[in-house]
Design a protein around this ligand. Sequence first.
Ligand code: NOJ
Length: 575
Amino acid sequence: MRQRLRSSDVHGEDGPMAPWWQSAVVYQIYPRSFADSNGDGVGDLPGIVAHLDHLSALGVDVVWLSPVYRSPMDDNGYDISDYTDVDPLFGSLADIDALIAGLHERGMKLVMDLVVNHTSDEHPWFVESRDVSSPKRDWYIWRPARAGHEPGTPGAEPTNWGSFFSGPGWQFDPASGQYYLHLFSAKQPDLNWENPAVRQAVYEMMRWWLDRGVDGFRMDVINLISKTYPLADGPVNGPGGLCYDPSLVVEGPRLHEFLREMNREVGITERELFTVGEMILVNVEQARSHTAAEAGELGMVFTFEHVNLDQLGVKWDLKPLHLPELKANLAQWQYGLAEEGWNSLYFENHDQPRSVSRFGDDSQEFRVTSAKTLATTMHLLKGTPYVYQGQELGMTNAGFTAIEQYNDLESLRFHAEAVSGGADPEELMAAIAFKSRDNARTPMQWDAGPNAGFGQGEPWLRVNPNHVEINAAAAIADPGSVFHHYRRLIELRHQLEVVRQGRFDLLLPEEVRLFCYTRTLGAEVLLVVANWSPEPAALPLADLPSLDGAEVLLGTHAATGAELAGWESRIYRLG
Ligand code: NOJ
């Protein structure tokens, strides 16, 4: 059994101890789709507890659990109506305790999803806030109608902001004649972080979870919590005269102050908690300002820059990925956070399509190899890697063909809006098939049996028919599987300080098919060479460090010649 990581086990490049989470690999569980223990078609906590050995076998250190709190499930739990209880759909607090115990026994830690930019409209705080005379009125962001407009009529919203899920970002409340702000769905009203009582209630809730034994938090859209006042119109750039410019609402003037206060009040640095802030539009300088040790804010942030490179503006406007752009972007983050701050490394999560379908090649011929090559490219970077459930099996996009097969409110709302705007139906369905969040939410493929071994009941979202071939049982039995490749990558990180803390240097930035870089720590140098294309590619040996005496630590193929096969990759330790 592995020991739990502690900072004192870890030594940084220059001697000082690095925090334990800089050596960790995280596994994200989207509970609704992981494993269903009671046959209701929805994954649950006992289902997770039953599969902890899968995570141990993979070797991950931390589990990030997407929300399991009480919720009306408008946004699958990202709309919380009780922060200190578990939704009956997922189980009970006793099940959480069993999960914490089961993980800790196996040397793993638990990170909860912290969703505090907004609550559900069914949260008692918001229910009280609807009453204008309630002390909770100011816990949310209420505003009168735009001057000169009849409240509740189109265009009377206090500002022209669109919500991230399409349509106006304000909801009219007839009882008080005012509007409340919701940057996501109307069932997700934004909290007013200017009110100190709101902040204290959040910190108290965080301490409550820590007392229960959790080890940290993944913070949902945390760079939206500080709004810029006065709230004002932005440039119109979307249907319905709306402004869909997230730069208006991110990184507000009090964000640093709020994050520092949270860190202090909850004891984030002091207790060595794991923290990662999801930050829309964050750039590398901002990331450094939030994650440098002296900032006293967060461990790391999630950027969106690299996963937005296959779109032209909004996520549904597709453009092919140009490898040099991806390399330049990842390198910019590697260099930008090399001395101060820390990177989180990911290609997938519950909001992103499957990476093998998106950036790799999910054909019969290249699915396994390209999934491994994407994994190698990401896991040898400096930072904390995240594996999203099923990514370790090379699970692919859902393959849905009709809008009725989708469940996600973002996809459905976009579809409805685009249809009413006269969009070309074929293009529309192609964009949704490629980018919908449901691609990552199809049930976890455990085996080749009914419902992919997810559970006895009809799953809430259709199982991918390819589970007969792509599943955990088959992957574990096959030493050449994507699963075992991930396991070896995680092992390498645990074994080699150069993987954890070595310096990153990008090679051949303009190469359109090869992704090559080195990692260096003292005399130790690793070289990663990866062919991101289905065609064979010669290694430009003259432009690479010498391979004399080099040893392949891990490769997708047995070969060691001067040509990489389609989607082949290798990790060399240089002589
Ligand atoms: C980001 C989460 O990852 C996403 O799933 C959710 O819909 C929004 N935040 C709103 O909470």
